[in-house]
Design a protein around this ligand. Structure first.
Ligand SMILES: Nc1ncnc2c1ncn2[C@@H]1O[C@H](COP(=O)(O)OP(=O)(O)OP(=O)(O)O)[C@@H](O)[C@H]1O
Length: 333
């Protein structure tokens, strides 16, 4: 529904349920006591005129202000740039040798980054996070939709273009899971925040092995549970078109499902990983050696068949893990 129709027809209480951030607008105009069970125009008409003249406002002007407030809030929920492609232009490896690469990743593709420990997988994610312009230790350049990005745009895009899930999820605020999600929904101006929070909570519980409650404090979540919560949060609340994930496998979450969730809505997902299942689930993989991109391999249909067999082995290993966790003896023939 258009905002103009919403404001003209719906009760204010309905609008506040859909967009809780709208309450800030009324607080700013010192109008915390409107008749919330009426539409905007009727609620404002019931006010003594001096309540608006104090701000040099007429009812019509206030309505226009309210509409542009809602529209500007809604705009921040969608990325200011649609990312069709991300291009990585090679720089140099740790020995200073040139990296002979020009790789273009399309919207909707998932990319895994593989390589020995310390080879430079996180560094590549870091280059993408800051949309490197030959100004990082690797000398790489990252293009968005084929174009370089000037410093001003990079600064504006900070935190908008790229969402990052890092290895360590340390929560510093002592909020409950429900409070944490509500705070995120509000700060990201989600439409229908209650439904989104519920969806995040349920998905996080599905992804994590051990269930948790909405009343659980985020500081009390296990590593896997907090990772699952952040995955759900990024999947449902973040509008960023690029998602970077550093080593999801350590978290004890349903990895393939997590990647599918994060890749929704034509996002580009890059995952640094040592996990063969994640590596082969991606559309392509970048192999890093000595700080440089050594190979780019597109996953073939034969490899997808291998993946099915590896998953059978992985399930067997997962079964052993679960039995160990339950305190059982492992006596394989
Ligand atoms: N091309 C490069 N030139 C200079 N330094 C580099 C280059 N690539 C990576 N490095 C540096 O090498 C170090 C190790 O890289 P990084 O942390 O990215 O490894 P990793 O593959 O993610 O390791 P792990 O698997 O242990 O997480 C970092 O200090 C990083 O900045």
């Amino acid at each position: 529904m258009e905002f103009s129709t919403l404001v003209a027809q719906e009760k204010l209480s309905e609008i506040l349920t859909l967009y809780p951030v709208a309450r800030d607008f009324f607080v700013n105009y010192n109008l915390p006591d409107l008749a919330w069970n009426r539409p905007f125009a009727a609620a404002v008409a019931a006010l003594p005129t001096e309540r608006l003249t104090e701000f040099g406002m007429t009812p019509a002007a206030l309505q226009t202000q309210f509409l542009s407030f809602l529209e500007s809030m809604a705009r921040t929920d969608t990325p200011p740039v649609t990312v069709h492609t991300l291009t990585i232009l090679g720089g140099r490896n740790k020995s200073g040798m040139p990296e002979q690469v020009e790789l273009t990743i399309q919207a909707g593709q998932t990319v895994s980054i593989v390589g020995p420990t310390g080879s430079g997988k996180s560094r590549l994610l870091g280059d993408i996070e800051c949309i490197a312009q030959r100004d990082t230790p690797t000398g790489r350049q990252v293009l968005v939709n084929g174009n370089p990005m000037d410093d001003e745009t990079r600064f504006e895009m900070d935190g908008v273009l790229v969402a990052q899930l890092s290895q360590n999820m340390n929560f510093i605020m002592d909020l409950t899971v429900a409070e944490f999600l509500a705070m995120h929904a509000k700060s990201r101006f989600c439409a229908a925040p209650q439904a989104v929070c519920r969806q995040c909570f349920e998905t996080a519980n599905d992804l994590a092995g051990e269930p948790f409650l909405e009343t659980t404090k985020v500081t009390q979540l296990s590593g896997g549970q907090s990772r699952a919560l952040m995955i759900a949060d990024t999947a449902f609340m973040s509008a960023s078109p690029i998602v970077l994930i550093d080593e999801i496998e350590n978290a004890g979450v349903d990895r393939k499902r997590a990647i599918r969730l994060l890749a929704r809505r034509e996002k580009i997902v890059l995952i640094s990983t040592h996990d063969p299942i994640l590596a082969l689930s991606a559309d392509l993989r970048i192999a890093i050696k000595n700080g440089g991109i050594d190979k780019v391999l597109y996953t073939t249909p034969e490899e997808k068949e291998s993946l099915a067999r590896i998953e059978v082995m992985d399930n067997a290993l997962q079964d052993v893990r679960n039995r160990l966790r339950r305190g059982e003896r492992i006596l394989e023939k």
